[in-house]
Design a protein around this ligand. Structure first.
Ligand code: EPZ
Length: 418
């Protein structure tokens, strides 16, 4: 199994270019099942999760070609299968996003129930609520979930929680439903807007993405398109925190500033200098950064996917910081690992109190999920000695070439395989 080794590094300096967003690429790849002509996707990040989603599309009958670095061509005119395999679904729960497109294209779909993961049970009740509202019959047995319908008819759907995945799955299922569909209390993440823009390029009629009310008017057919994936705001945030925690001076390139507003605000609150360019952000850290509090919320609130990375920073801020995690019920798996490095953290249900210490110490630690893994890399950059991170496959799911990007900024980080 690979491990990532991180040594105490000098303050990071230089420029780093952000890749396309994992959480936009995955739903857009799933949505390509709706198209009946060639689709060209650009700025697709080179990630394990993207590879798995492409395997799912191929297993359903789509033609998937890797044309160039970050460029994929998909043609789903001839899809013939409506079942995703247990093996693929269990590798990546986001495969569940093919359910809406398959229901639309094939009138039926069958997947194994997506499992939970380290950060929570990850229920799908809101996805199913939407499919039923559009007229689908849902059948769950022996861990499989089937959905079928003669036709999909638009309806008004209220989401009890602004779920990103449910908003995406329902939006895709509604693209060719009869009549109009309204999604109320929809998620407003930038990745939802990117998906909506892609679907409209295919010929869909969607308005309101990015607000809490999305209206979808059903159309007869969707064609092809060329689309470039938006930059990954969470990867950008991760490198912004890397500049802060090492007291460095880093320019993050290829970022949409409005997507990282909460991250900019919190780094400024801690005492960083943040300079915004047209599509770049410069973060300058220093040795006097002070404690801050964060509370994770659906977009445009502070992103839960940045919680672990900020907690790594908080371990060495002057004073006591507080984290409240409101989105997932178990997203503190990184706490025990940071404590192995000497961090002073106390958890009480969904809150964590972090008392700043002078110096973390290198240790052997385990990545429990994608963002927790990133947090351990950030801690390792400033910890005394060497930090050895196991289960790095979590990190590879969401960060395209993480060592090269950090090395380019002067970090001492390398991979060791047994
Ligand atoms: C997406 O997951 C992202 N993944 C996650 O990123 C991200 O953390 C999350 O949105 C929140 O921003 C992808 O886009 C592939 P949700 P998703 O449905 O869609 C509850 C990463 O690190 N809920 O918004 O699964 C659920 O329990 C990953 O890149 C229901 O109750 O998130 C959770 O508490 C991690 N019923 C909350 O909503 C449902 O039917 C947020 O889940 C669905 C969700």
């Amino acid at each position: 199994m690979d491990r990532i080794m991180v040594e105490k590094s000098p303050p990071l300096k230089g420029n780093v270019r952000i890749s396309g967003a994992k959480n936009a690429a995955l739903p857009i790849l799933a949505a390509s099942l709706l198209g009946t002509e060639d689709i060209i996707l650009e700025d697709v990040p080179k990630l394990k999760d993207v590879e798995i989603m492409c395997e799912v599309l191929t297993s359903l009958g789509s033609k998937v070609d890797y044309l160039d670095e970050g460029v994929i061509r998909i043609n789903s005119a001839g899809i013939s299968n409506y079942e995703t395999s247990y093996e693929l679904m269990s590798k990546m729960r986001a495969s569940f996003l093919v359910m809406g497109p398959l229901l639309t294209r094939m009138g039926k779909t069958k997947n194994s129930m997506p499992g939970g993961c380290a950060i929570g049970t990850r229920p799908i009740d809101l996805h199913l609520k939407g499919f039923r509202a559009l007229g689908a019959t849902i059948d769950i047995d022996h861990g499989n979930i089937g959905a079928y319908t003669e036709k999909l008819v638009g309806d008004k759907i209220y989401l009890d929680f602004p779920s990103v995945g449910a908003t995406e799955n329902i939006m895709m299922a509604a693209t060719m439903a009869e009549g109009e569909t309204i999604i109320d209390n929809a998620a407003m993440e930038p990745e939802i807007v990117d998906l909506s823009n892609f679907l409209n390029k295919l010929g869909a009629d969607i308005k309101g993405a990015g607000t809490s009310t999305i209206r979808i008017k059903g159309v007869k057919k969707l064609g092809g398109a060329r689309h470039s994936i938006i930059p990954d705001r969470i990867e950008a945030g991760t490198f912004m925190v890397a500049a802060a925690i090492t007291g460095g001076d880093v320019v993050i390139e290829n970022v949409i500033n409005s997507h990282v507003k909460p991250i900019i605000a919190k780094l400024k609150e801690a005492g960083c200098t943040v300079e915004e360019g047209i599509d770049s952000i410069r973060v300058i850290g220093n040795s006097e950064l002070k404690a801050i509090d964060i509370k994770t919320l659906p977009y445009p609130g502070f992103p839960t996917d940045m919680q672990a990375q900020f907690m790594a920073l908080m371990t060495i801020l002057k004073g006591t910081s507080m984290v409240i995690e409101t989105v997932f019920e178990n997203r503190f798996m990184h706490v025990d690992e940071l404590k192995k490095m000497g961090a002073d953290i106390k958890i009480d249900d969904r809150s964590a109190i972090i008392k700043g210490i002078k110096q973390l110490k290198g240790a052997v630690v385990k990545a429990s999920d994608l963002r927790a893994g990133a947090a351990l890399v950030l801690g390792g950059l400033v910890a005394d000695g060497i930090t050895e991170i196991e289960n790095v496959y979590h990190i590879d799911r969401g960060y395209d070439g993480i060592e090269a990007k950090f090395t380019g900024l002067g970090a001492v980080i390398y991979r060791k395989n047994d």
